[in-house]
Ligand binder design. Structure first.
Ligand code: ADP
Length: 164
């Protein structure tokens, strides 16, 4: 059993569509603990530190540029979520990258439906509401980038008393 921390961002269209509460509810329902949370409107320089050159290697230069435009178009809600193997668990709740292929029951499958093909045709990033760290290394980098230590809290919830 490993208690991990992971970074989640509700992307600008999630905030604009008033989905913040519903999205957070999904993580709380599964027993995950929010240990840090804030709203930020980041600039392109900061966005480049979040979407590093790694994304360019995986998805190409164009996708990285589109993503930087997307993530800076309005405020995001950033949070650090803690729980048992939370990196994998949170991504399961989030769903797949392409909403079209993300199954019902996932955030991206329930609140979005667009495809890569549609986004590519419009020359925009695929709008999929949420970011969640992909692995341990990314989670560590992203948490450090978005949160100071003093903004993260250590406390007990009902989960700690009964399940851990
Ligand atoms: P995830 O966010 O599911 O971990 P990636 O890290 O691979 O996925 O990609 C980051 C983001 O880039 C995705 O969430 C999505 O918004 C966007 N994206 C990825 N691939 C494409 C694509 N082919 N066309 C448009 N946007 C894309």
């Amino acid at each position: 059993m490993e208690i991990e921390k992971t970074l989640v961002l509700i992307k600008p269209e999630g905030v604009q569509r008033h989905l913040v509460g519903k999205i957070i509810q999904r993580f709380e329902d599964a027993g995950f603990k929010i240990v840090g949370m804030k709203q930020c409107w980041i600039d392109k320089e900061f966005a480049k530190k979040h979407y590093t050159e790694d994304i360019e290697k995986r998805r190409g230069k164009k996708v990285r540029e589109q993503l930087i435009n997307y993530i800076t178009e309005g405020p995001v809600v950033a949070m650090v979520i803690e729980g048992v193997e939370s990196i994998e668990g949170v991504r399961k709740i989030v769903g797949g990258t392409e909403p079209k292929n993300s199954p019902p029951g996932t955030i991206r499958g329930d609140f979005a439906h667009v495809s890569f093909a549609y986004a590519d045709k419009k020359n925009i990033s695929v709008k999929n509401l949420i970011h969640a760290s992909g692995n341990k290394q990314d989670a560590e980098h992203e948490i450090k980038l978005w949160f100071k230590n003093s903004e993260l809290h250590s406390y007990k919830t009902i989960q700690d008393f009964f399940f851990h």
